[in-house]
Design a protein around this ligand. Structure first.
Ligand code: ADP
Ligand code: MG
Length: 429
């Protein structure tokens, strides 16, 4: 059977492409009409609009950004009565991708959602919730979650391991499941993120995520203008893939680094040099985004945000410009009880040896000479900000024991970056 991928353009959902997945073979193509009318609106920046029929053994990489994960995945597997595994990905998309982050969705998943809502007539027009309802998990919250199930609140449409809900604030300041509130009533779009597990370490990671984001903002990293806020054990994260404008909702193109690199599945570990290359190919200002990406990685190392996998970095297109999205999922992941090692690393492209000094990374970076020099200058300047990190962290409310633990990691980053300030590079005294 053919499924239809839709894209949100000019205030409405349009049929964009058709896809079939049968006997281990996947075929998809853009509709001729889309190719003629919207040649500049691809489903993925790695898949330019054309009339070709693409055939492969896996789903196209960008579709893995839509595969339900975590709690939404488990819920939907139960509903569909299918076992988990890679072959579940396509059925999960076809049922669960009715309202994902970004601006593409699957038409048949919308039908699936409508059928779900029809089975629960009370699910429409439920009263909105306050943030307190959610924090104390009130009876209203539980009923709403049951009726919207994992569906209306969009748990199937947002990835990651932590339980989360897509919520929309109406103009009376009440919260609704994102998929059930009409665009015309929407004032603000949010992700409500709960701790990954039940341990105190899980709580601590989430509690410090808001403070970590403020630290990044204070250091000039690109963050969303509205920063996350913590309410009890619920982190409310304003979404940057939507904009409410003139009583309408604009949905921005967004896709992960895994998608732009054309990497299907969830287990791929691209070399960070490959990641930089991939980002540079699609963004409007390669120099600015390379610098931004490296600064984020300096912070990942200094603040031990080890969970830097290829779906925790994404690009977006806003007002015609392609760039890295504002920072997300930035937290003291070294505390996670699952012991998450740093996922992606800088392996020298020729020798495959890991590089752990910025001077060596810069030397191996595939950029024009003048860019390399300017990167060194900018990162040398960044050293001053890294040096002040402990104070900034304190001011932004990071837990004291985290700051203390991180001092040597911050120090290493600061010294490496300072060494870039001298023209001879990292061997300066
Ligand atoms: N503020 C945001 N706006 C839009 N999309 C977001 C935002 N924050 C996260 N996302 C998307 O939601 C996904 C899950 O969020 P994330 O914080 O990574 O959760 P987890 O900690 O469970 O991995 C991300 O991979 C990204 O695609
Ligand atoms: Mg994540």
């Amino acid at each position: 059977m053919d499924y239809t991928l839709q894209i949100f353009l000019n205030d409405r959902w349009l049929d964009c492409a058709q896809i079939e997945h049968n006997g281990g073979l996947c075929q998809w193509n853009y509709f001729v009409r889309h190719a003629v009318e919207y040649p500049d609106a691809p489903l993925s920046l790695a898949e330019p609009v054309d009339l070709e029929i693409r055939t492969s053994r896996t789903l196209p990489a960008f579709l893995y950004d839509l595969v339900p994960q975590g709690a939404g995945r488990r819920f939907l597997l139960g509903e569909l009565k299918i076992p988990d595994g890679p072959t579940a990905d396509f059925p999960l998309i076809c049922a669960g991708a009715f309202n994902p982050v970004g601006r593409i969705r699957v038409a048949e998943a919308v039908d699936y959602f409508e059928t779900h809502v029809a089975r629960h007539p009370d699910a429409r027009g439920l009263p909105g919730l306050t943030i307190d309802d959610i924090v104390v998990r009130s009876a209203d919250f539980k009923e709403t979650m049951f009726l919207h199930g994992m569906l209306g609140t969009g748990t199937t449409g947002v990835q990651g391991a932590a339980p989360k809900y897509l919520l929309t604030r109406d103009r009376a300041d009440l919260l609704h499941g994102d998929a059930v509130l009409p665009d015309a009533d929407a004032a603000q779009h949010l992700i409500a993120k709960l701790p990954r597990g039940n341990s105190t370490a899980d709580d601590k990671v989430l509690r410090n995520e808001a403070a970590y984001m403020r630290v990044a903002a204070a250091l000039g990293i690109r963050t969303h203008a509205q920063l996350p806020t913590l309410h009890g054990d619920v982190l409310l994260i304003p979404r940057f893939d939507r904009r409410v404008y003139d009583g309408k909702v604009v949905r921005f193109h967004q896709e992960s680094v895994a998608a732009i690199l054309g990497m299907p599945g969830f287990d791929q570990r691209p070399n960070l040099f490959e990641v930089v290359n991939g980002i540079r190919k699609v963004v409007s200002d390669p120099f600015a985004e390379t610098l931004e990406f490296i600064k984020r990685d300096v912070l990942n190392l200094a603040l031990r945000n080890t969970d830097n996998h290829a779906r925790n970095t994404a690009v977006q297109q806003v007002d015609g410009q392609v760039r890295l999205t504002p920072l997300f999922d930035f937290a003291p992941m070294y505390l996670d009880p699952e012991l998450i090692p740093r996922a992606l690393r800088w392996y020298r492209p020729d020798t495959r040896v890991e590089l752990t000094d910025w001077a060596e990374v810069l030397a191996a970076l595939p950029v024009p000479v003048h860019e390399r020099a300017t990167l060194a200058v900018e990162l040398g300047r960044f050293a001053g900000q890294i040096e002040r990190l402990p104070d900034v962290m304190q001011a932004q409310g990071v837990d004291h024991d985290i700051i203390e633990f991180l001092v040597p990691f911050i120090d290493t980053q600061m010294r490496q970056l300072k060494a870039l300030q001298s023209p001879s590079g990292h061997h300066a005294a």
